[in-house]
Design a protein around this ligand. Structure first.
Ligand code: PRX
Length: 595
C-alpha cells in the first residue's frame, strides 16, 4: 500500500477543552498526566511494574516485570501469581461488600441487583459446581449466553478455578459456535434456554444443540440457565440445568492461584482469512490495564454508575463490563436487550432509571438514535451523566456533536477510545480531565503507550495530512500473547510486516499538526460493520457453503448508520444444480449486537 492511497480527507477544526469543573474533580489532572507520561518515557518497564505492584493483589509478587527472550511473544510479570476473580471481587468485600456491583435490566423490564458480596457468593458457588463436574486449571469453557448476570458469574467462576473462558456472542450462529468449540476443544458449554433481544426470545440452547450435533467430541457437559422459560430439549447424561448444578455448593471457593501469564481467556475475532482467530490474553497484564484504563479514561469514583452497552460477547464487554469496572469496585449496569425496545428511548430511560453517570457506547448506536430526533432523549432526566464514551469505529463529527449536545447537554466530555480485541484495553484516548477533544479524533496515546504512524518501509510519517500504518512500538501488558494454538498466525498477522519491530494494528491513521490521531479504517480484508469486525473471507466462505452458490465476493460499502455494510456479489449455481463442496471453515453472524 502506498501512502498516497491513505490520505486523510477529514478536516475537523473544532476543539473542546475539558470543562473546568470536570478537571477540578478528575482522578487524572494535567500534572498527573504529565508525571505519568514522563515516568513511562524514562523507564517503560519500570512504569508498568510499579503500577502492577500497586494496583493488583498478588498471592506471590513478581520479581521479573518483563521478558522479551521470546520476542515477539512478550511476557509480563511472569513469576508473579494471582487470581482474577480475587482482584475483581474478594478485594472489595471488606470495604464495599454491600455496594451494588451489578444492576441488571432485562429487555422485558425485569431488574435485579447484586452486591459485591452476592456476586462473590454466586461466582464461588458456580466455581464449585464446575469443579464438581471435573473442570479445572487450563480447561476451556465456552460461554454462549444472553447478557444476564450469569454470564459475568460464569466468566469469573472460570477464572476462579484457573479455567479459560471463551465467550461466543449470543447472536452468532450454530456453525460459528461449533468452530469455536472445536478450536478450543472445550469440555463444557454454558448456555441458556434463550435470551430476549429485539422483543423476541433468541433460542440459544437450540443453536448449541445444532452446533454439538455436528461433532465437538471434546464437550462433556452443557450447563443451561433458565432465562426465557421456553421449553428446551435436555440430553440426559450431557445437559444440566444451572439451578440444579449449583445446588448444595458452598458460597466460598478457594481461588486457584495462577501465574500472571496463565491464559485468562480466548476471544475470537475476524482476520483476513476464512478462519476466525482465537486471541489469547494473559491474566496479570490484562487485569492491570483494564483496571487502569477504567480509572484513567472513565475517571470512575465510588459513587459512579457505569454503563458500557457492549455485549459481553465482544472484547468491549470483557474489558469494560466484566473486568475493568469490577476491578475498580464500580457499580455496573447490564442491559440484556436492544436500544429500540419498546422504543428508541430505552437507552435514555435506562440511564435515568439507574442513575447512570458514565455511559460508553458505539457510534452505530449513537447514529441510529440520533436519527430518531432530540425528542426521545429529551423525555428523560439525563442530568446525572457526567462522561460519555465511544468505541469500535470512527465516530463522524456530526454524531459526536449530537452526542455532546443532546445526550451530554454540552457538559460532558467525550472519550473516543481506540483499541482492539488484541490490545485488551484502550490504548489511544483522551484523558477526560486533561485532553482537549476534537470530534472524530481519538486524540493521543495513553501514558505508557508508544503509538506511531509509519509508511510502507516502517519509517515514521511526518506530514500532517499523510496517512500510514498505525503501529505500537513498545510492548504493553494487556497485549494479546498469541493466537490460540497458532503462533505462526500471531507473528505473521501482527509483527512480520516490519521485521518484528512493532505491533501492526491493521488500521490506517494519520496525525494532525497537534499530534492527534485520526483513525481512517482497516487496511486488511476486514469490514467494520456497526463496530463489529467481519472478515470478507469469512462471509464468502459462509456464502459458498450454500449448495446453490457457485462463487461469492464480498466488499464493504459505506452505510449511514452502521458505518460500513456488507455487499456481496453472488454467482448462483446453474439452474437447480447444487454445487457440492466440503463445509466452510468460516463463520457467520446471524445477528448484530447493536451495542
Ligand atoms: O478499526 C479499528 C476499530 O475497530 C477495530 C477493532 O475491532 P475489535 O477488535 O472488534 O474491537 C472493537 C472494540 C475495541 C480497530 O482495529 N476501532 C475501534 N475503536 C475505534 C476504532 N476506529 C476508530 N475509532 C475508534 N475509537
Amino acid at each position: 500500500m502506498a501512502d498516497k492511497n491513505i490520505k486523510s480527507v477529514l478536516l475537523e477544526e473544532r476543539t473542546f477543552p475539558p470543562p473546568r469543573e470536570f478537571t477540578a474533580r478528575a482522578r487524572i489532572k494535567p500534572a498527573d498526566a504529565e508525571n505519568l507520561r514522563r515516568r513511562a518515557r524514562e523507564d517503560h518497564v519500570g512504569f508498568w511494574a510499579d503500577l502492577a505492584a500497586a494496583e493488583l493483589t498478588w498471592q506471590k509478587p513478581f520479581t521479573k516485570a518483563f521478558d522479551d527472550s521470546d520476542a515477539p511473544n512478550y511476557r509480563w510479570f511472569s513469576d508473579g501469581r494471582l487470581n482474577a476473580s480475587v482482584n475483581c471481587l474478594d478485594i472489595h468485600l471488606n470495604e464495599r461488600g454491600h455496594k451494588t456491583a451489578l444492576i441488571f435490566e432485562g429487555e422485558p423490564g425485569d431488574v435485579r441487583r447484586l452486591s459485591y458480596r452476592e456476586l462473590h457468593a454466586e461466582v464461588c458457588r458456580f466455581a464449585n459446581a464446575l469443579k464438581a463436574q471435573g473442570i479445572g486449571r487450563g480447561d476451556r469453557v465456552i460461554i454462549y449466553m444472553p447478557l444476564v448476570p450469569e454470564i459475568v458469574i460464569a466468566m469469573h467462576a472460570c477464572n476462579r478455578i484457573g479455567a479459560i473462558h471463551s465467550v461466543v456472542f449470543g447472536g452468532f450462529s450454530a456453525p460459528a459456535l461449533r468452530d469455536r468449540i472445536e478450536d478450543t476443544e472445550a469440555r463444557v458449554v454454558i448456555t441458556a434456554d434463550g435470551g430476549w433481544r429485539g422483543g423476541q426470545a433468541i433460542e440459544l440452547k437450540a443453536a448449541a444443540d445444532k452446533a454439538l450435533s455436528a461433532g465437538c467430541p471434546s464437550v462433556q457437559r452443557v450447563i443451561v440457565l433458565r432465562r426465557t422459560g421456553k421449553p428446551v430439549a435436555m440430553q440426559p447424561g450431557r445437559d444440566l440445568w444451572w439451578h440444579e448444578v449449583i445446588e448444595g455448593h458452598a458460597a466460598a471457593c478457594e481461588p486457584e492461584w495462577v501465574d500472571a501469564e496463565h491464559p485468562l481467556f480466548v476471544l475470537y475475532t475476524s482476520g483476513s482469512t476464512g478462519k476466525p482467530k482465537g486471541v489469547q490474553h494473559a491474566t496479570g497484564g490484562y487485569l492491570l490495564q483494564t483496571k487502569l484504563t477504567t480509572q484513567w479514561v472513565f475517571d470512575l469514583r465510588d459513587d459512579d454508575v457505569f454503563w458500557c452497552t457492549a455485549d459481553v460477547g465482544w472484547v468491549t464487554g470483557h474489558s469494560y463490563v466484566a473486568y475493568g469496572p469490577l476491578a475498580m469496585g464500580a457499580t455496573v449496569v447490564l442491559y440484556e436487550g436492544t436500544p429500540t425496545v419498546p422504543d428508541g428511548g430505552r437507552f435514555w430511560r435506562n440511564c435515568q432509571n439507574h442513575g447512570v453517570t458514565v455511559f460508553y457506547t458505539a457510534p452505530t448506536a449513537i447514529r441510529a438514535l440520533m436519527k430518531l430526533g432530540d425528542e426521545l432523549p429529551g423525555k428523560y432526566d439525563l442530568k446525572r451523566l457526567r462522561l460519555l464514551g465511544s468505541v469500535g469505529e470512527p465516530i463522524n463529527p456530526e454524531a459526536w456533536i449530537w452526542y455532546h449536545r443532546v445526550i451530554g447537554n454540552g457538559r460532558c466530555p467525550i472519550v473516543d477510545t481506540w483499541w482492539q480485541t488484541e490490545t485488551g484495553a484502550i490504548l489511544i484516548s483522551p484523558l477526560p480531565g486533561v485532553t482537549s477533544t476534537k470530534p472524530g479524533s481519538c486524540t493521543q496515546p495513553l501514558p505508557g503507550i508508544d503509538a506511531d504512524i509509519v509508511d510502507d518501509r516502517g519509517n515514521p510519517v511526518k506530514r500532517a495530512d499523510a496517512g500510514g500504518y498505525l503501529v505500537i512500538r513498545k510492548p504493553w501488558p494487556s497485549m494479546l500473547r498469541t493466537i490460540w494454538r497458532n503462533n505462526d498466525r500471531y507473528i505473521a498477522g501482527y509483527w512480520e510486516k516490519f521485521d518484528n519491530r512493532y505491533y501492526v494494528a491493521g488500521d490506517s491513521a494519520h496525525r494532525d499538526k497537534d499530534g492527534y490521531f485520526w483513525i481512517m479504517g482497516r487496511i486488511d480484508d476486514v469490514l467494520n460493520v456497526a463496530g463489529h469486525r467481519l472478515g470478507t473471507m469469512e462471509i464468502e466462505s459462509a456464502l459458498v457453503a450454500h449448495p446453490r452458490v457457485a462463487e461469492a465476493a464480498v466488499v464493504g460499502k459505506p452505510h449511514e448508520i452502521k458505518g460500513e455494510a456488507v455487499f456481496a456479489y453472488v454467482v448462483t449455481a446453474a439452474s437447480g444444480r447444487a454445487v457440492r463442496r466440503p463445509r466452510s471453515p468460516g463463520s457467520c453472524a446471524t445477528g448484530s449486537a447493536s451495542s
